[in-house]
Design a protein around this ligand. Structure first.
Ligand code: HEM
Ligand SMILES: CC(C)=CCC/C(C)=C/CC/C(C)=C/COP(=O)(O)OP(=O)(O)O
Length: 304
């Protein structure tokens, strides 16, 4: 990790916002919101808003703590060099205080205003991302994102728990969907930025096991991911709006993933199928979670 640079000018609000990884966290928060809106019982709008705010603040805090810990490797990778810590716009202690403060605030507010189940799962997600993924696994094993990726899969459970005080099969399947989606999502990207990871000494799968093995793993993870995506329909947990949307969008996902899996190799600047799978993976989760809510509201008359 890099040492703090003395006499830095005070960081402005944009740097604190950048610490929260706002673009990635939009989808995390969206899955949480959809988990909440898909629940069979309504939640008071003020409490619902508070719960989503807590997920956003907690996820942002986790992003800040990740950047506090990773300032050294972020300084090496081209993609991350301009972040506030490696760019020298903020000292590490400010990032640490901001992250710990925001994480504590989000969990306490969730506990006091919403319920302890949602607060407990939120706390587990933050700890999982920061301690299990960032501190423990990321620099040690290419399975880092498979295990650590669970952190990003918790929000649908948090949203559902905020509304109901419990967890259930449907949000558990949505957890499994995001959990199994994470390896194809990330490894597609890792294939075209693998030099960055190699330079920083991060043992991502393409760096350690090679491109061929990564392509195969992308294909293999897509199979159980597709099952988790479609399963709520035959189980009767959702109706046809979700069922058809999930089936069609997952078929396209599988097609793109198969293209990547069956491809032999490619220079990092000529990774069109890999870039397509990565971009599509993001759109896919937005659409599938949106369809879940549309299905529950239109076919079951809403949760209110
Ligand atoms: C350990 C698991 C994951 C890893 C290692 C990972 C890694 C990445 C990386 C490196 C990027 C590229 C650029 C950036 O930093 O903005 C990215 C983009 C993105 N990720 Fe992930 N991701 C993971 C899980 C997730 C999860 C669970 C979600 C949401 C449910 C998510 C949503 C996104 C989104 C929306 C983007 C696009 C951001 C943009 O437009 O700039 N990721 N991911
Ligand atoms: C509710 C809650 C606490 C959610 C946590 C959200 C979470 C775990 C998101 C994972 C997505 C993410 C930012 C991965 C980046 O990996 P990286 O840190 O290896 O990427 P980098 O190289 O861009 O820093």
């Amino acid at each position: 990790m890099s040492t703090a640079t003395p006499l830095l000018p005070p960081a402005d609000w944009r740097d604190f916002l950048a610490l929260t990884k706002p673009r990635v966290m939009t989808l995390v928060v969206f899955t949480g919101l959809c988990g909440m809106l898909a629940a069979p019982v309504g939640i008071h709008p003020v409490l619902g808003f508070t719960a989503i705010l807590c997920i956003a603040l907690g996820a942002g805090a986790a992003g800040a703590l990740n950047q506090w810990y990773e300032a050294d490797i972020d300084a090496i990778m081209r993609r991350t060099q301009k972040r506030p810590l490696p760019a020298g716009r903020m000292d590490r202690q400010s990032a640490l205080h901001f992250g710990v403060g925001l994480a504590s605030f989000s969990v306490i507010l969730m506990f006091v205003a919403v319920n302890w189940t949602a607060a407990a799962i939120l706390a587990v997600s933050i700890l999982f991302y920061v301690l299990i993924y960032t501190v423990w696994l990321k620099r040690r094993t290419p399975q880092n994102i498979v295990i650590g990726g669970a952190a990003g899969a918790f929000p649908p459970l948090i949203g559902w728990a905020a509304a109901t005080g419990q967890v259930a099969l449907l949000p558990f399947l949505m957890f499994m969907l995001v959990f199994l989606w994470t390896p194809p999502h990330f490894w597609a990207l890792a294939l075209f930025v693998k030099t960055d990871y190699a330079n920083a000494g991060v043992p991502m799968l393409p760096v350690v096991a090679g491109e061929r093995a990564t392509r195969t793993q992308i294909g293999l993870y897509t199979i159980p991911m597709a099952v988790a995506a479609v399963l709520p329909w035959p189980l009767g947990l959702t109706g046809a709006i979700y069922g058809w949307t999930a089936s069609l969008t997952t078929a396209v996902f599988a097609l793109f993933a198969a293209h990547v899996a069956l491809r032999h190799t490619g220079a990092e600047d000529k990774m069109t199928p890999e870039k397509r799978l990565f971009s599509y993976s993001i759109l896919y989760l937005f659409v599938i979670f949106g369809a879940l809510v549309a299905d529950r509201w239109l076919l079951a008359g809403g949760s209110a």
